[in-house]
Design a protein around this ligand. Structure first.
Ligand code: HEM
Ligand code: HEM
Length: 411
């Protein structure tokens, strides 16, 4: 029996699985906001990969012989039309995605798989809505075509029994018959599985409804000196406040280079994201006895950047950070509470533009011995601090999402 070339078959199933992953992640992106930063990058990276694989596939279609059409008539024409539509979806989805990020008001840079920068397409800014709507619509069009395509494949396989399906499989094997289509389902499930975990315990949410992050696993959250069996450690980590008193003073931690404090705020339906290049943190904390924690973070407000020279020029001004009068912002917390295994909440005071207000941060600790990875976030009501008090802040969302990620080493 005639088959598609191995390359064509590989590309058919690889692209199908990646598209399912893309749709699954894409649908979640809007709701994730700042928490989704790395997922946006992944979605864009895989999207561009799909574009390249599809171009390769189209090239292979012309280079390598394809099996002759099995069916004529209107059914054959419909099958071919669906194939053309699927190619249009495979090319159109990544292109509209690329176009929408290229025309967004705030141009968030894309680093494909964290390494290769993706240039922005030279498109007029007013094509943004078209690209964005087209991108969302194409996903549905793709799903509709996919259903027609699968219906056609099933018709051939179950009703006509003409063996057409084997043309898109490297061998006649029941394992492949189930396994290859299952890749599409796996792609979709993988997209769901990598989304950040939902918020933890409702009790913790009631007092601080800001974003939460993935709880680290209990075993990783052991105290640096805990040498308990895993089960005990898990119990210990979930009830740290009632565990035995610490033997000595809580340890001091030094932040290692390479950490990040970032912020994201909605602006007229877009997102502005940036980070602070200069900040320091003095941290004293025993992960098993968080109540004795002593945390102070100092941020050099002049080091803020959103990656856009024009906006960066505005940030230090009086409308935003008022850097001349208030060069630093500080967050100070005495004591933290465990909210789950490896996750904590610290309620302290944020001083920003000279205004001090209560502020809660949430974070997780993972790792063991003398090193901990710290991941956390906070939601800041910017108006309370007078940030964004002028004409150009009209479209700015009231809440700013701050995220931080760094590694700390015990002194
Ligand atoms: C390979 C094919 C791709 C598929 C199937 C796909 C699918 C999707 C879907 C279903 C959404 C949700 C749309 C909604 O309901 O609002 C989405 C959102 C998004 N996609 Fe893609 N995508 C692909 C490639 C790309 C590429 C290459 C980029 C950029 C380089 C990109 C950037 C985005 C962005 C920024 C969003 C966020 C939502 C928005 O602003 O509308 N996508 N994608
Ligand atoms: C369970 C899922 C799927 C099955 C069983 C399936 C099966 C097949 C089969 C048997 C063919 C060959 C048709 C022939 O020989 O005339 C084919 C071709 C094709 N499939 Fe799929 N497919 C599936 C999913 C997808 C998906 C998700 C896409 C893309 C989004 C896709 C895109 C295509 C295209 C574009 C062709 C035409 C190839 C060409 O002649 O250039 N398929 N598929």
């Amino acid at each position: 029996m005639q088959r598609y070339s191995r390359t064509a078959i590989f590309l058919h199933w690889a692209i199908a699985a990646l598209l399912a992953f893309q749709i699954s992640v894409g649908w979640a992106l809007d709701d994730l906001g700042a928490r989704g930063f790395s997922l946006f990058q992944l979605h864009k990276s895989i999207g561009i990969t799909v574009l390249l694989l599809t171009l390769l596939r189209v090239a292979v279609r012309y280079w390598k012989p394809r099996p002759a059409k099995l069916e004529g008539g209107w059914q054959g024409a419909l099958a071919s039309a669906v194939h053309v539509g699927l190619y249009a979806f495979m090319l159109g989805a990544p292109l509209t995605g690329w176009a929408l990020v290229s025309t967004a008001k705030v141009k968030v840079p894309t680093l494909i798989f964290g390494t290769i920068p993706l240039p922005h397409m030279p498109l007029p800014a007013d094509s943004h809505a078209l690209a964005e709507n087209g991108h969302a619509l194409l996903a549905w069009l793709g799903i509709a075509l996919f259903l027609l395509h699968v219906a056609g494949a099933l018709r051939h396989h179950l009703l006509m029994r003409d063996g057409l399906i084997w043309r898109m499989m490297p061998a006649r094997s029941p394992l492949l018959l189930v396994g290859l289509p299952a890749l599409i389902l796996i792609g979709f499930i993988a997209g769901r599985a990598i989304l950040p975990a939902p918020r933890p315990a409702p009790a913790a949410q009631a007092t601080a409804p800001d974003n939460a992050i993935e709880p680290a696993n209990a075993a990783e959250a052991q105290a640096p000196n805990a040498a308990l069996p895993a089960d005990d450690a898990a119990t210990n980590a979930t009830q740290p406040a009632t565990a035995e008193e610490p033997a000595g003073p809580p340890p001091t931690w030094t932040v290692q280079p390479g950490g990040r404090i970032g912020f994201t705020v909605g602006n007229d339906g877009d997102m502005i994201s940036g980070s602070f290049a200069k900040w320091t943190a003095a941290i004293v904390m025993d992960p098993d006895h968080p109540d004795s924690a002593d945390i102070k973070v100092t941020i050099d407000m002049a080091s803020a950047s959103v990656g856009d020279a024009y906006k960066d020029g505005m940030l230090p001004g009086d409308e935003f950070f008022g850097v001349a009068a208030h060069p630093t912002a500080t967050f100070v917390a005495k004591g933290a509470q465990a909210t789950g295994p490896g996750s904590y909440r610290a309620s302290g005071t944020l001083t920003l533009r000279g205004v001090s207000k209560p502020q809660t941060i949430r974070f997780t600790l993972s790792g063991k011995d003398a090193t901990r990875k710290v991941l956390g976030n906070a939601t800041i009501a910017r108006a309370a601090f007078g940030v964004g008090n002028g004409d150009s802040s009209g479209g700015l969302a009231p809440q700013v999402a701050v995220t931080f990620a760094f590694t700390a080493r015990r002194k």
